[in-house]
Design a protein around this ligand. Structure first.
Ligand SMILES: O=C(O)COP(=O)(O)O
Ligand SMILES: [Mg+2]
Length: 226
């Protein structure tokens, strides 16, 4: 039997990247002469990658944005963000312990993120976490991405896992919708980046700290999903 697998979202779930994403977004908006965004509004912009983040920031200020301008600004954003990794980004409390608990029980670990794959890899490398993950799939790894369930199922297959013996951990509606569409149980953290509370999207369970995510919880959720 293949090993069970736990798949994590990255931004707002495993790693608190908000200070750096927001700094890069504000740098980008400044070059376009838009107002800087503050933390509460920033949370509504994140979750679908840098391009969508910029689009949402423009829409919130009722500013027009052509595709060519968006392409240019995405380059500005990515250059700034990439040059500053890991910046102030830190794993959320309890992440290391959770990784150890699941590894000790023979679980595979993977990341399924709407960040670009290269940024995701360099971030977890810089934080010393890369060796724990059998696959790290970003928005550009496949021709589809979250909330398309294939982003999750293909991540699982790439890691050597089986979607029928898998669990997802995420912080946003995107993650919950993705896992549900894939028929995979999903643990939602309530400390990530979302403007609406995760309970509105009906995840399998909600936790407020990584210490609450036990192997027993994962086993129970996977059994209930069968
Ligand atoms: O950076 C984003 O917008 C989304 O990234 P995530 O999928 O890791 O939350
Ligand atoms: Mg996230």
């Amino acid at each position: 039997m293949t090993a069970p697998i736990i798949v994590f979202d990255l931004d707002g779930t495993l790693v608190d990247t908000a200070p750096d994403l927001m700094a890069s977004l504000n740098h980008t908006l400044e070059t376009a002469r838009l107002d800087a965004v503050s933390e509460p509004s920033f949370r509504q912009f994140v979750g679908n990658g840098g391009r969508v983040m910029i689009e949402r920031a423009f829409a919130a200020q009722n500013k027009e944005l052509s595709t060519s301008e968006l392409d240019r600004l995405l380059k500005v954003f990515l250059e700034h963000y990439t040059a500053n990794i890991p910046g102030r980004s830190q794993p959320f409390p309890g992440v290391t312990g959770t990784i150890e608990r699941f590894e000790a029980e023979g679980y595979l670990l993977a990341i399924c993120t709407n960040k670009y794959e290269a940024n995701s890899l360099s971030l977890i490398e810089a934080l010393g976490l890369r060796r724990h993950f059998s696959a790290n799939c970003g928005q550009d790894t496949f021709p589809f991405r979250k909330p398309d369930p294939r982003h999750l199922t293909e991540t699982i297959l790439k890691a050597g896992g089986d979607p029928r013996n898998a669990i997802m951990v995420g912080d946003s509606r995107t993650d919950i919708d993705t896992a549900k569409a894939a028929g995979i149980p999903v643990i939602a953290v309530d400390f990530g980046y979302t403007d609406r509370h995760v309970r509105e999207f009906d995840p399998s369970v909600i936790v407020s700290h990584f210490d609450e995510i036990t192997v027993e919880m994962a086993r129970r959720l996977m059994e209930a999903a069968r």
